[in-house]
Design a protein around this ligand. Structure first.
Ligand code: 5GP
Ligand code: ZN
Length: 117
């Protein structure tokens, strides 16, 4: 069924507590944790508890959860005391997506170039 946990999904395992992560915030519908390979002084991933391959698929299937995810990016930025931050959704392998469970990167704590690479 759409949104069900996938046995072979790393982030479903983090949601289930089967793989450890440094969790910074949790809600009924989302989990936020430190990225294992940070690209900035603050690099937090925000994921829905439900499994969808990318954020657009999530938004089409469960828009309320997609809204929760977006709201949580702001809550993370506030909690981490970021003056500015960037939210990134890599979508597709050509854009750098490597984990096929929707996730927002929240990056901050240093100057961020625009346009990104
Ligand atoms: P993507 O490349 O799909 O946009 O982002 C996946 C992110 O997940 C990467 O930034 C990568 O460092 C992070 N990541 C991969 N494996 C793990 C893990 O086991 N634990 C945590 N906390 N982050 C991970
Ligand atoms: Zn998953």
């Amino acid at each position: 069924m759409a949104g069900e946990p996938q046995d072979d999904c790393l982030f479903c395992k983090i949601v289930a507590g089967q793989i450890p992560a440094t969790i910074v915030r949790e809600t009924e519908t989302t989990v936020a944790f430190q990225d294992i390979n940070p690209q900035a002084p603050t690099h937090v991933l925000v994921i829905p508890r439900v499994h969808y391959r990318d954020v657009a698929t999530l938004a089409a299937a469960e828009p309320a959860v997609a809204a929760d995810l977006l709201r949580e990016t702001g809550e993370v930025a506030t909690q981490e005391k970021l003056e500015s931050h960037r939210v990134v959704f890599n979508t597709g392998s050509g854009a750098g997506q490597t984990v096929w469970h929707a996730h927002a990167h929240v990056l901050g704590g240093r100057g961020l170039q625009w346009p990104p690479g």
